[in-house]
Design a protein around this ligand. Structure first.
Ligand code: NAD
Length: 256
């Protein structure tokens, strides 16, 4: 689904849809004809996106299981979710001795557990309808290892792992599930990483940005719209055979 209105009549839920990659995905799916529900924590940002796209904003803190369950309950009044994009996430980095239990739990809960719980809640209606699309925004840290990111890598590997496992369970239902694995994408998350590098190394902002961009053979950061393009492609009927995959979008950083 790149052009046209292939998603007309479909309801798409995008977590973390208020900014960054989630916002680009919400815009792209709406352009494809979907009615989009954006969820996240920033009520004002979500309301602005819903207003722009003629969609629905539902606030939820996905690191809180009660809040996630309340979101699922409120979604019942909106309609059946046909497309679930698990995008909300946090990235924190620390060496092993500073990766404490609280940090581990924060990252694993939001980046791995919450998306799984949403899939478990929302997939049954997709299965009953005989059509659905689940796209999990993981990371190239879900298919490779990087320094100071044990908790983040573990959570994103978990996401890729259950994407593959559930692909077997869902194979004959009309529902596809895939993971998308970006490298450095130009969003607030990267701004935070650049600020950390500046603070630790004394480099200028441009030097810090270049040190990240130079990790990839293309020597550039990915734009949020590039991730949205692949998500939209996965939502189209032409991609119904793409199932259980981890699609890396990182300018050739991870080569397998
Ligand atoms: P971002 O920080 O700009 O946006 C993250 C989104 O998640 C925001 O909308 C935020 O409100 C939401 N969120 C955070 N905590 C939440 C919570 N507790 N409950 C509900 N929503 C919450 O980041 P981004 O770069 O747009 O990242 C989106 C996804 O892409 C994340 O899962 C991230 O791990 C992944 N990713 C990003 C990059 C990158 O370089 N930016 C690279 C690989 C993967």
């Amino acid at each position: 689904m790149s052009e046209g209105h292939e998603l007309a009549g479909k309801l798409a839920l995008v977590t973390g849809g208020g900014r960054g990659i989630g916002l680009a995905i919400a815009r792209r799916l709406a352009a494809g004809g979907a009615r989009v529900v954006v969820t996240g924590r920033d009520e004002a940002a979500l309301a602005a996106v819903a207003g722009e796209l003629g969609g629905v904003a539902l606030r939820a803190d996905l690191s809180d299981r009660g809040s996630t369950d309340a979101l699922v309950a409120r979604l019942r009044d909106v309609g059946r979710v046909d497309v679930l994009v698990n995008n909300a996430g946090i990235a924190e980095s620390a060496p092993l001795d500073k990766t404490d239990d609280a940090m581990w739990d924060r990252i694993v809960e939001l980046d791995a557990t919450a998306p799984f719980r949403l899939i478990r809640s929302l997939a049954p209606a997709m299965i009953a309808a005989g059509w659905g699309r689940i796209v999990n925004i993981a990371s190239n840290a879900g298919v490779s290892g990087y320094g100071y990111t044990a908790a983040y890598c573990a959570a994103k590997h978990a996401m890729v792992g259950y994407t593959r496992a559930l692909a077997v369970d869902l194979a004959r239902t009309g529902v596809t599930i895939n993971a998308v694995c970006p490298g450095w994408v130009e969003t607030d998350m990267v701004k935070a990483a650049v600020a950390r590098i500046q603070a630790k190394t004394g480099r200028s902002e441009e030097e810090a940005r270049q040190s990240l961009a130079s990790m990839t053979p293309q020597r550039r950061m990915i734009q949020p719209e590039e991730v949205a393009h692949v998500v939209a492609m996965l939502c189209g009927d032409g991609a119904r055979g793409v199932h259980g995959q981890a699609l890396v979008i990182d300018g050739g950083q991870v080569l397998k």
